[in-house]
Every structure is written in C-alpha cells, then in structure tokens.
Design a protein around this ligand. Structure first.
Ligand code: TYD
Length: 215
C-alpha cells in the first residue's frame, strides 16, 4: 500500500470537520489525490451503524455494545474504503479512527482498554495512521461550539447520544486524547484548537508538507 493515511481526532467541538475540509482542499490544489471520509460512517453499512450509535433514544445501550458497534462500523469502512484507496496510492483523510474508541469508550466510559485495543486491531487488520492531528480544546469551549452550530450548516438540531453525556465524561475523553498523544509522539501531533481556523490549518498544513516529503 503506497498511499498515506491521516486521521483527525479530538473532543467534540474541536473543529475537525473544518480542518479536514481545509487540508483536503489545499492538497487537491497541489494535485494530490485525496479521499476525505469519517467515522462512524463512510460507507452505506457504516452509516446505518452510525445512526444506531448516535440516536439519543438508545439510552440503554451497554458499553460492550457501543465498543463493538464502533468497531463494526470501522471494520466495514477500513475494508471497503480506506484500504482500497491506500492501495491506489491516494491520501486518505479520516475524521476519527481507533484513538476515538480509546478516548471515548475506554477512558470516557471505562471499557477495558486492552479489550478495546484488541477488538480494534481485529476490526482494522492492524491498519494504523501515518499521522494523526489531535485537535485539543478545553471541554467548555468545545461544548459551546457544539451548541452554537447545532441546527446550522447541515447539522441536525440538538446533541447526539455521545455529545449529550455529562461534562465529566467529556473531561475524561479529553484527558484520554492527551494521554494517547503523549504515548505516540511520532504519530500524533497535538494541535491547540482554541484559535482561529486559519491558524490551526497553517500548523497542520506545514506539518503535512513535511510528512509528504518524507514519504
Ligand atoms: P463526530 O466525528 O464528532 O461526528 P460529528 O462531527 O458529525 O458530530 O462523531 C460522532 C460521535 O461519535 C462523537 O461524539 C464521538 C463519538 N465516537 C466514539 O465515541 N467512538 C468512536 O470510535 C468514534 C469514531 C466516534
């Protein structure tokens, strides 16, 4: 596989979607072939799993079910979209990947970390990103952004099942992401996201240019 796999992670409201759009656009302008995609989702089957996961009415969902459904959505996405695109030499930019399950389900919900890692290794056939941009934002600032954009620019009104969780949950998720960044400094770049979209994009773009020259 000679493509490049880049993921974007971070707490809700950190601005990943905007940053993926900006980086995809910049890379395409340089003539690079890019596939921008997201989890949970990215395929017909994975989008149906996404709807089950994020439905606020599914309050009784067990943490085991949640871990397995995110992994199932990922398995389909990896095999149907990501691996074929990498095999064609494309750059794949993915909004969330395995780190999200580690942060949200293991650190946030308390699911067993080793099980979450093992299940996801199976789901992804061990596929790891070359680079991860981890957008970090204080929980309050992220939540405020979420509330502001709810119901605008194509977003459904209201918060989804995960976004609705209490502040402490989101603090654990943020700490989980920071921990992952500390443990994998060669892969993960922690980017301060409580700045303008342009400033964040500039930092990501200059790192990405270096990455593309190396590979
Ligand atoms: P998100 O990318 O935030 O979607 P959107 O930007 O459209 O709101 O993902 C939806 C939610 O799913 C988000 O709250 C994070 C959560 N999530 C997990 O809990 N575990 C995972 O493995 C993934 C991929 C996402």
């Amino acid at each position: 596989m000679n493509g490049i796999f880049i993921t974007f992670e971070g707490p809700d409201g950190a601005g990943k979607t905007t940053q993926i759009q900006l980086l995809t656009q910049a890379l395409r302008e340089e003539g690079r072939e890019c596939v921008a995609t997201r989890e949970p989702g990215g395929t017909f089957i994975s989008d149906q799993i996404r709807a089950i996961l994020l439905n606020p009415e599914h309050k009784e969902m067990a943490s085991h079910t949640e871990v397995l459904l995110y992994a199932a959505s990922r398995a389909q996405h990896v095999h149907e979209v990501i691996i074929p695109a990498l095999a064609e030499g494309k750059i794949v930019l993915c909004d969330r990947y395995i780190d999200a399950s580690i942060a949200y389900q293991a650190y946030g919900l308390g699911a067993d970390l080793q099980h979450v890692e093992l299940i996801n290794r199976y789901a992804s056939d061990g596929l790891q990103p070359h680079r991860t941009y981890m957008l970090d934002i204080p929980v309050e600032a992220g939540m405020e952004r979420l509330h502001r954009r709810s119901g605008v620019s194509g977003k459904p009104a209201g918060l989804d099942r995960i976004e609705q969780r209490e502040r402490d949950y989101h603090s654990r998720v943020r700490a989980g992401f920071q921990r992952i960044a500390e443990q994998a400094p060669d892969r993960v770049l922690l980017v301060r996201a409580d700045r303008s979209a342009e400033e964040v994009a500039e930092e990501i773009m200059s790192d990405c240019k270096r990455l593309l020259h190396y590979t």
